[in-house]
Design a protein around this ligand. Structure first.
Ligand code: SF4
Length: 341
């Protein structure tokens, strides 16, 4: 829903201004799923709102839950029939994080990614992006899920920095205390490495978190896995990250999906350490190792042992690193598995 729909409605019906606040609070803070639930406004007004405005800009086709109830995935149909997926996961006990999609496909075609296999899609508008949060908040309330839903990551379908204007608008709404009221430090954006997007993000949102999907520190190998690297190679990414670090002094997360016999050798770890050592502020770079989630059959996840060896090699080289547990594999809601199916 766009707040401007409500302000236009108020104006058109010559209603007092305080009605706007009541309706906005009911939708964004109390998470009503239907205007008929708003008991603070007259019945005829509720009915009129229900007839004229939709709270969510999409319809929900299906929601899947993992057995341990720590990850949920929803398939949504947008108004033009395009489908997207959005995820709610609990990476830590009692903490919940929504993973948002920003496009209906992805033109970047990373070889290990199910969204990339779909090819390019259209950009989502800020309403479609923010409504994913509205939906998960409604779901959270309806099923009385315990815990704190305080994190948002832009790691779903699409490359956020190829849809920068709408991402920017949606982040402003996520931060708005009258609307979603998320804390800046609890919002993260992940990119395949679009330098202009990284620089704009540093200028516009120096308090948010940035993650780079790196996956190899060898240009030749990275270009094979992520064709965008032919256009924006590691040198260009490093320049943009230097700018980011200088501007924000904030930690950057380097995401590294571990693929058996592709990017998990000692040489790969060595190249990664070498890449990180080139940064003046290498203390602000943190590597997250993620075992590949088998979506694309050509790739096999690295073994647990191999991931541990890779991590230990980096630690011996004084690189800050952790192994990130991947959730949602069972319902294909994990990294690189979203395909709007
Ligand atoms: Fe696009 Fe991200 Fe998938 Fe690459 S990993 S194809 S950038 S959605």
């Amino acid at each position: 829903m766009q707040t401007k729909n409500i302000s236009e409605f108020i104006e058109k019906n010559k209603l007092p201004k305080y009605r706007f606040k009541q309706i906005i609070k009911a939708v964004y803070v109390d998470n009503v799923t239907d205007f008929s639930e708003i008991t603070t406004i007259p019945k005829d007004l509720r009915e009129k709102l229900s007839r004229q405005i939709n709270i969510l800009s999409f319809s929900v086709i299906q929601v899947l839950a993992s057995k341990d109830k720590k990850s949920f995935k929803a398939l949504l149909a947008l108004s033009d029939g395009k489908k997207i997926e959005t995820v709610l996961i609990s990476p830590l006990s009692g903490q919940w994080s929504a993973c948002l999609s920003s496009q209906t496909g992805c033109a970047l075609g990373c070889k290990f990614c199910a969204t990339g296999a779909l090819g390019s899609g259209r950009n989502l508008n800020s309403e479609e992006i923010c409504d994913q949060i509205l939906f998960w908040r409604q779901y959270f309330k309806k099923f009385e899920i315990a815990g704190n839903f305080s994190n948002v990551v832009f790691m779903g379908m699409g490359e956020p920095f190829l849809n920068y204007d709408e991402i920017k608008k949606s982040i402003r709404q996520l931060l708005d205390p009258e609307l979603f009221n998320f804390s800046a430090r609890h919002i993260s954006v992940s990119t395949a490495g679009i330098p202009v997007g990284i620089k704009n993000f540093a200028k516009d949102f120096p308090q948010l978190n940035l993650a780079i999907s790196l996956n190899s520190a060898l240009d030749r190998k990275r270009s094979e896995l992520m064709p965008i690297n032919k256009r924006f190679n590691l040198g260009k990414i490093k320049n943009a990250l230097d700018f980011y670090l200088q501007k924000t002094k904030r930690k950057i997360f380097l995401e590294y999906i571990m693929l058996e016999n592709i990017n998990d050798s000692k040489e790969d770890a060595d190249k990664l350490a070498e890449f990180i050592r080139k940064f003046e502020r290498q203390d602000l770079l943190h590597v997250n190792l993620i075992r590949h989630n088998q979506t694309i059959p050509e790739f096999t996840p690295s073994s647990q042992d191999r991931v541990r060896q890779f991590k230990n090699y980096l630690l011996r080289n004084k690189i800050s690193v952790s192994i990130r547990k991947s959730l949602g594999d069972e319902i294909k809601a994990a990294c690189g598995q979203l395909a709007g199916k």
